[in-house]
Design a protein around this ligand. Structure first.
Ligand code: ZN
Ligand code: ZN
Length: 138
């Protein structure tokens, strides 16, 4: 992680380091409230640092279903392409990996669909919405 940040000249303060290490080790996007607890940083510091990390392209804001923003490491840093399950009941967002067949199918189909549009594709984002197991049984 340090090597990744060096070229970006982003000063790695204790709080930034702490936020990034939590984001590196999570299997789903986290809300600011969750980050404050896990990274043990003050709320105002968390907001300020997250804004800086988002601006620098290191962290991305993930669209959920509720009002709370959620954050995760940018895929080019985590090196882990994945998709999101979004619960429309409680707003929980969890990661899931699509099969390599599905990934290939998405890319091939999208490319064919847009072949004549002049649109240059960089990557895809694919969310699945529904209810998490807690919301289904609750
Ligand atoms: Zn839920
Ligand atoms: Zn994908």
């Amino acid at each position: 992680m340090l090597q990744v940040l060096a070229p970006l000249e982003l000063r790695l303060t204790k709080h930034r380091r702490s936020l990034l290490s939590v984001l590196e080790n999570t299997s789903r996007p986290l809300t600011v409230d969750e980050l404050v607890v896990s990274a043990d940083v003050p709320m105002s510091t968390a907001y300020r640092n997250l804004a800086g990390l988002v601006d620098a392209g290191i962290v991305v804001r993930v669209a959920g279903a509720g009002s709370a923003d959620r954050y995760e490491l940018a895929e080019r840093l985590s090196q882990r392409h994945h998709h999101h399950l979004v619960c429309t009941g409680c707003g929980l967002v969890t990661d899931f990996d699509a099969s390599s067949q599905l990934e290939k199918l998405i890319d091939v189909e999208i490319e064919a669909l847009l072949a004549t549009s002049g649109f240059e594709i960089t990557h895809h984002v694919f969310d699945v919405r529904g209810l998490c197991s807690d919301c289904v049984t609750g």
